[in-house]
Write a protein that binds this ligand. Structure first.
Ligand code: GDP
Ligand code: GDP
Length: 440
């Protein structure tokens, strides 16, 4: 399992700027998809050959304090932040050199020390500053040597992350598990109806899994069969078990979600049609997309949406999750068991699409006619040339295109090509990636 790095700090120190920088290489791929949300709280980073998960607790604290109408500063150490910290392998505590050391920093430092986990103290916004000067006053936090960095300018970040990851065990090689059947992760925010849906998916076959010993991070793989087809449902601890409804807010775990998506090849994103679509939904969808998994959208609690509101609810989905337009959406009621069969059909379709073989000869014919229909633009007086294509991977499908000046190919053109391939090969419910290479 990849190590989990959790970023904490008071508001405005630069947590989300750091998060975006750490996850940027992936986001660059995702940026090919139109309307992708930039506002995420969890993602993957890599330093050298070491991948890791990263969680930004900022948005979580913010969202929670908005909901409770409380004071953002007092709400910093919310239950959700604590849960993220409990599951962290390493904590990255960010402070702001321009604001200097303040009482809240001391408070957070005290909390972190009590956790007994490795904490790295990073002093942000230190661009153009002398190392020793930037660090000086923060020694007082008693968290070891402060690391001056600039998240905005990318200074000191690689050294910082190498230091954070150094003491952690290496994740085993990401062995491409055989994709012989759909492995489904059910993800969604608290109360969306995940537990109810998991039970509906399991149907008759429900196995009573007793509380098994193990870490909170263990996930359970539940085999199931439907219409003669086999599936595996990945249940992260917590989705199926629930004792009290009011635990809902505390129960959401970004890390379990990351893990479930990682282990799956198709994710069912469960939305709450009554509560509406939130930033957290977009963030989750963004993560699934970034990981290249198949996606099926389940708009749940449709039974409780009055007929007069249904058109509006459908438009809201297009508006807020437009970047997942390639995924099938189902309007279901997990509670009443309505629409479950359709979900399986779309899971099958996403799985088959994600693993489809794209023969080179066909790829090249399609590329040639796409280029003839709409030629790529000119750069510096010369036309970008796209010469030939081949398949570079599955789940998600990757199309590698060789040509000249491909680095200048506009995102819009890459999207155009992705859509052409998507239609030609009938790829539904899976992201499609275009990779350009210069030359032959
Ligand atoms: P968060 O609330 O902790 O997530 O903080 P943000 O990432 O939203 O950043 C807060 C403000 O600090 C923004 O205006 C950023 O542009 C700015 N900022 C972040 N990192 C740096 C940095 O390294 N140097 C400078 N000068 N400003 C930064
Ligand atoms: P989780 O936190 O995502 O696992 O959500 P739960 O499965 O625990 O469901 C949260 C609440 O929504 C419970 O009170 C469920 O009974 C209710 N719920 C779940 N699915 C539906 C549905 O399809 N329709 C309605 N009306 N309520 C539902």
């Amino acid at each position: 399992m990849k190590p989990v790095v959790v970023i904490v700090g008071r508001p405005n120190v630069g947590k989300s700027t750091l998060f975006n920088r750490l996850t940027r290489s992936r986001a660059a791929i995702v940026a090919d998809e139109p309307g992708v949300t930039r506002d995420r709280q969890y993602g993957d980073g890599v330093i050298g050959d070491r991948p890791y998960h990263v969680v930004d607790t900022g948005g979580i604290a913010q969202a929670l304090s908005e909901r409770k109408g409380g004071d953002a500063l007092r709400e910093l150490m919310t239950a959700q932040v604590r849960e993220a910290l409990a599951e962290a392998d390493a904590i990255l505590f960010l402070v702001d050199v321009r604001e200097g050391l303040n009482a809240l920093d001391r408070e957070i430092a005290g909390d972190l020390r009590r956790l007994g986990k490795p904490v790295t103290l990073a002093v942000n916004k230190a661009e153009g500053m002398d190392r020793a000067n930037a660090a000086a006053e923060f020694h007082a936090l008693g968290l070891g040597d402060p690391w001056p960095v600039s998240s905005a300018h990318g200074e000191g970040i690689s050294d910082l992350m190498a230091h954070v990851l150094a003491p952690l065990p290496r994740a085993p090689e990401d062995e491409a598990a055989p994709a012989d059947m759909p492995r489904i992760a059910v993800v969604g925010r608290p109360n969306a109806g995940k537990s109810t849906l998991v039970n509906a998916l399991l149907g008759e076959q429900r196995v009573i899994v007793s509380d098994q010993p193990g870490t909170t991070r263990d996930s359970i793989h539940l085999p199931l069969e439907r219409r003669g087809r086999a599936y595996v449902l990945i249940d992260t601890a917590g989705v199926r078990r629930r004792s009290r409804v009011d635990e809902a807010v505390e129960k959401f775990s970004a890390i379990k979600t990351l893990q479930a998506v990682d282990e799956a090849n198709v994710a069912i994103l469960v939305l709450d049609a009554v509560a509406g679509i939130s930033e957290q939904d977009a963030s989750l969808g963004g993560y699934v997309l970034e990981r290249g998994r198949g996606i099926v959208i389940a708009v749940n609690k449709w039974d409780a949406v009055p007929a007069g509101d249904r058109d509006w609810a459908k438009r809201e989905l297009e508006r807020k999750l437009g970047f997942l337009a390639f995924a099938r959406a189902h309007y279901i009621s997990a509670l009443k068991g309505q629409g479950i069969g359709g979900l399986f059909t779309s899971v099958d379709q996403a799985f088959v699409s994600a693993n489809r073989e794209l023969p080179t000869s066909r790829l090249n014919r399609i590329l040639a006619s796409a280029v003839a229909a709409t030629p790529p633009p000119m750069v510096r007086g010369r036309r970008i040339r796209l010469k030939f294509a081949h398949q570079g991977g599955r789940n998600p499908p990757v199309v590698v295109i060789h040509g000249n000046q491909v680095a200048s190919l506009p995102d819009a053109y890459r999207r155009y090509l992705a859509n052409v391939f998507r239609e030609a090969f009938d790829l539904v419910g899976t992201p499609v990636r275009i990779e350009c290479r210069e030359g032959e």
